[in-house]
Design a protein around this ligand. Sequence first.
Ligand code: COA
Length: 260
Amino acid sequence: MSYKNLRIDYDDSFAIITINRPKKLNALNSETIQELHEAFEELDSEKETLVIVLTGSGEKAFVAGADISEFSDYTVDEGVQLAVKGHKILFDFIENLSTPVIAAINGFALGGGLELAMACHFRVASDNAKMGLPEVSLGLIPGYGGTQRLPQLIGKGRAMEMIMTASMINAEKALDYGLINHVVSQEELLDFSLEIAKKIANNSPVAIAHAIKVVNAGFKTNVNGYNSEIEAFGECFGTADFEEGTTAFLEKRKAEFPGE
Ligand code: COA
């Protein structure tokens, strides 16, 4: 499948999605959001794709936010619908994807761009990256999960300050805050992300999918994360991956997981 605003590259068992609107600093217009949904859905259905890396084109921006030109005349109802649809087809969709998604933040990650990175399972950034939620400077609040995921990742006080001041933090501070896991040079960003992807790919895809689901369960209201863990833990014992993983260990060889 080909996309107007995205590029998909394959590297071994990994897919790299590059948001490709560099002249608009990869701002998320509705077409790009729809295409991202389709790309993630397609890649998640491919058994051979074990990890997805998400990045932005050019050297300046990961994503500089939702495309402000699209919603500047929206009504209250249209604003609600914009957020509802975005959560459903992109932000919650990525967070709950079975395939691990790494955000490789290669520059500005602002507003919807930082929210997109936070919906990914974890984040790596280049040393020129700048992150922030500047929505209050536009008379808005973050509407794609930023008010929830930022405090989860960095704590309430720091999130409040970032949201209220609309300020950006650099990669070093984001690392210190726990918003990102690693900082590397821009040249190294993709290779470094793929190195992590390789480590993930050594392990059972089925177990990883369960782990994603259960970690997320702990952040959902009305779901008991411990109960979800117990249930998923038990389900693992019925999988071919479990049989292969334990057999390989006892036979002192590397496991070749069937992904079932
Ligand atoms: N929506 C729509 N267009 C955007 C955009 C966004 N979120 N962010 C950047 N762009 C566009 C600019 O309008 C400009 O387009 P133009 O060349 O047709 O005028 C182009 O991308 C380049 O941006 P520019 O502002 O000229 O680059 P800069 O280096 O001077 O500043 C930023 C970079 C990121 C600081 C600045 O673009 C910015 O503040 N963007 C908005 C960030 C934001 O508020 N995001 C949250 C949205 S809810």
